[in-house]
Design a protein. Sequence first.
Length: 439
Amino acid sequence: METQLTVGPTRATPVARFAGSRRALWTAFVLAHAWLAFLGALWIPHRAFYDVDLYRYWSALGLENGVWPVFDGPWVYPVGALLPMLLPAAVSTTSTLGYALAWAALVTAGDAVAVWSLSRDRNTLGAWWWLAFLVLLGPVAMGRIDAILAPIVVLALLVAMQRPRVAAALLTVGAWIKVAPGVLILPLLLIVRRPVRDVVVPAALVCTGVLGAVAVGGGLGNVASFLTEQDARGLQVEAVFSTPWVVASLVRDNVAIVLNRELITWEIVGPGTTGAARLMDVLLPLAVAALAVLLWRARSRPLDVLVWGSLAFATVLIVVNKVGSPQYVGWLAPPVAVALTLRSTWPDNEAGARSRAAAPRVAGAVLLIAALTQLIFPLAYSSLLTGGAVISGILVVRNLLLLALLVAMGALLATDGGRRATVPDGDSAGAQLGRDSPR
């Protein structure tokens, strides 16, 4: 007689039940954001939320003195950055603490939308990872204009496959706040069937609206000033390309870390640094172009192009850059969170299996990069500026990890994917991810 074994339903472990609980997720959300707000607004505001006080100053300058960035002179940010800076000004433009807390509330609201979107389909892994990333990156994850951009990019990547026109509009709005999200339009262009209608037109409409509003305010002459305002910058000390000089500064007297008083940034100065900074101005657009070619070759794998392509572009903008501000690491988070959320939707082929396997490893590496970045800034920044060997070594490790991440993204995208597969046009809302991919 043949014996049959009946396997009953498996019970979720306590950890799995906790992670899948909405209450646990949102409790962790509140605690994480309360901690970041406490660090930035109350504990170390002059280090962590220094930029936030600049936002308060610019808002007060406009509201109280009628002198507006872009409209009355050049500015380091695109004109769209004014809007999120003005919203906390409704609470206060005179109280540093009041404005900082209002800014923290604004960022928290945006992150709430991102977490809700990442956890809509019962897969909360991406949302949990997002919260872990924010805590590990520290108060700069809340105290910079980039914190406003991150939820916008999350939403754009989540809807890109079914609503490319919405994604294009969101990314263009983000680019008018800070340039970085604009480069993510390139992956979107490569995966849609009708790029002009679904990407170019929505982006152009957003740009037309912004330029029209600026023209009415008389600031059209300064609308592109953010592209040239920081041309004179040297190599910032945390930049990946500065790594050899940071190491040399530990043993050589002719390499030093100095303050750029005009831009209030710390830069590395020594033999070759001026030429290296100029070289980075040329290498960055070339690197973006080279990556665009790589994505074009991988266009048969739309989800890879969207997710890993976006992460690759974010990493290129950090690695091949003379600026190395800690908040730039925040650009890595949206593609990774979306990759974890959409992990089960990769096609059942060799390339899809490789991407599914890569997602948790990439997520772990980015968490480590975030943690090391917080150690560097704000926790041990003063030690770095005075030549501390330990923190300089940590900076070297962090920068090598960023370089390794870029190489890993290039390897994932370089796989030959066969025939081209595109996502349907914007009218096909029910499209399944990767269904046209070769199997």
